[in-house]
Design a protein around this ligand. Structure first.
Ligand SMILES: NC(=O)c1ccc[n+]([C@@H]2O[C@H](COP(=O)([O-])OP(=O)(O)OC[C@H]3O[C@@H](n4cnc5c(N)ncnc54)[C@H](OP(=O)(O)O)[C@@H]3O)[C@@H](O)[C@H]2O)c1
Length: 240
């Protein structure tokens, strides 16, 4: 169903977005990946191969988003997976500038991507945003990210009404091994640490892979009766 469809994956140069880009190209889609770093874009385009091109964008800048859609032209599906690395902090000790940057990138970035996608998005197409399991399963030190994630889920439900008949859904990943956690450790030690810190406690007894989450975006894009929903892919984290 994705054959010859044009997908724009903002955040497609790394982690979950990159795994989705690879899976979508395998299904015959035309894929444009977007991110800030030119080197990462070039590397990802080479790694994915096939019908893929790279475009530069900074989602914390509305003009950059407008320019992206002007360059990319008509699309069938928009997928947003922008991330923002930050150290956890208790609310009582939080740096407001870090919190603001997180909201600006992950919340406002996806909000504005949806705003400017509309003029280019097929009426039979879809938008899939990204939240995270912290929205429903809190952890001390992650209040800002939990709030951003909950906001994205509310945004997705509202956009499903506002952009109808286009469909809008949200994917909420749990702990996914994109290579960044415990990156300072040697490979075998890192795997052991990931398993003992996160995997052992999950009902599925392992952490997730980017490919596990990619399948949820593929489903959200292709199921014509699915809109306004959040698909949680967390190995059971939210029910344990
Ligand atoms: N991995 C997990 O365990 C996990 C768990 C729950 C939720 N999530 C969520 O899932 C999404 C993807 O996570 P990930 O781990 O795959 O992240 P990642 O590997 O860090 O990839 C993030 C992508 O977003 C791009 N990006 C970051 N800031 C951007 C900006 N201002 N403008 C445009 N692009 C930007 C990055 O490229 P550039 O840096 O070059 O711009 C990169 O392509 C994130 O929203 C994350 O919060 C992840």
């Amino acid at each position: 169903m994705l054959m010859d469809q044009h997908l724009l994956i903002v955040g497609g140069t790394s982690g979950i977005g990159l795994a989705l880009a690879e899976a979508a190209v395998d299904e015959g889609a035309r894929v444009t990946i977007a991110g800030r770093d030119a080197g990462r874009l070039e590397e990802a385009v080479l790694a994915i191969g096939g019908d893929v091109r790279g475009e530069s964008v900074d989602v914390s800048d509305e003009d950059s988003i407008k320019a992206l859609f002007a360059r990319v032209g008509p699309i069938d599906h928009l997928i947003a997976t922008p991330g923002f690395d930050h150290s956890p902090a208790l609310v009582a000790e939080a740096d407001a500038a870090v919190v603001e940057k997180l909201f600006r990138t992950k919340f406002l970035g996806q909000y504005l991507l949806a705003k400017h996608a509309v003029s280019q998005l097929s009426e039979s197409g879809s938008i899939t945003l990204t939240s995270g399991v912290l929205s429903t399963r809190p952890a001390a030190g992650f209040a800002a990210l939990a709030s951003v994630n909950a906001g994205i889920e509310a945004l997705g439900r509202t956009l499903a009404l506002e952009l109808s008949p286009r469909r809008v859904n949200v994917v909420s990943p749990g702990v996914i091994d994109t290579g960044k956690r415990f990156a300072h450790l040697e490979a075998a030690e890192r795997t052991t640490k990931l398993q003992s810190t996160f995997g052992d406690a999950l009902p599925v007894k392992r952490v997730g892979l980017p490919q596990d989450v990619a399948q949820a975006y593929l489903f959200a894009m292709q199921n014509p009766f699915l809109t306004g929903q959040t698909l949680t892919v967390d190995g059971g984290n939210s029910v344990r």
